[in-house]
Design a protein around this ligand. Structure first.
Ligand code: 5GP
Length: 190
């Protein structure tokens, strides 16, 4: 998606050979027009899939997920990362390992928001090692719902997330695919 790649080139900060910072439009400040374009792009790519729900992970997946839900006219559910007072019983949960933090954390969605008749599109901001994606997929499977695929805003193709998700048979659609972040520069895969 050209507009997204342009924004990454203009605003992205390469923090290391592994990490890209995009806090001017996605991870802290959000640019609604770009997010809306992203939502419409995901909606178009999965238009014929009979999607009934979007699932994402708080907090950075929410903006692109909501815009996709708006375009497809379906509800959006974000998995929560920590137990809150109002999120207690009847939960679907999974463990997600973070390579950056080197810790596991539990993510959860209330059972009542997913049914076995649902056809779910999973959206996330970044795909790195695929751990967040696999955790979200685990929750959707616990509900007995069908996973239609993954919509990823920025894929770091030099890490193994895509191959892990594809090994499970999932379709992965990424809007910007990064081949390398070496020498402080973003190199595109395609
Ligand atoms: P994974 O579970 O695929 O290893 O990592 C995905 C999650 O880690 C994303 O939801 C995102 O929040 C975070 N993440 C991974 N790599 C990056 C990165 O290069 N930049 C930013 N801003 N977040 C990242």
């Amino acid at each position: 998606m050209e507009a997204l790649k342009k924004e990454i080139e203009a605003e992205g900060i390469v923090l290391s050979n592994e990490v890209l910072k995009v806090d001017t439009f996605l991870n802290h400040q959000i640019q609604p027009a770009l997010m809306f374009a992203i939502g419409k792009e995901f909606a178009q790519r999965f238009a014929d899939q009979g999607i009934t729900k979007i699932v994402t992970l708080e907090s950075s997946g929410i903006a692109p997920a909501v815009m996709t839900g708006l375009a497809l006219q379906v509800p959006v559910i974000f998995a929560r990362k920590r137990k809150s007072l109002t999120l207690q019983d009847h939960l679907l949960t999974a463990q997600v390992y973070s390579f950056t933090k080197q810790t596991s954390s539990e993510i959860a969605i209330a059972e009542k928001f997913l049914a076995n008749t649902d056809r779910v599109l999973i959206i996330d901001d970044f795909l790195a090692h695929g751990e967040a994606g696999l955790g979200l997929a685990e929750i959707v499977k616990q509900a007995g719902a069908t996973i239609v695929g993954f919509g990823i805003v920025i894929e770091k193709s030099f890490q193994d997330g895509r191959s892990k998700l594809e090994a499970q048979g999932y379709r992965v659609e990424s809007l910007a695919r990064i081949a390398s972040l070496e020498n402080g520069k973003v190199q595109w895969l395609v």
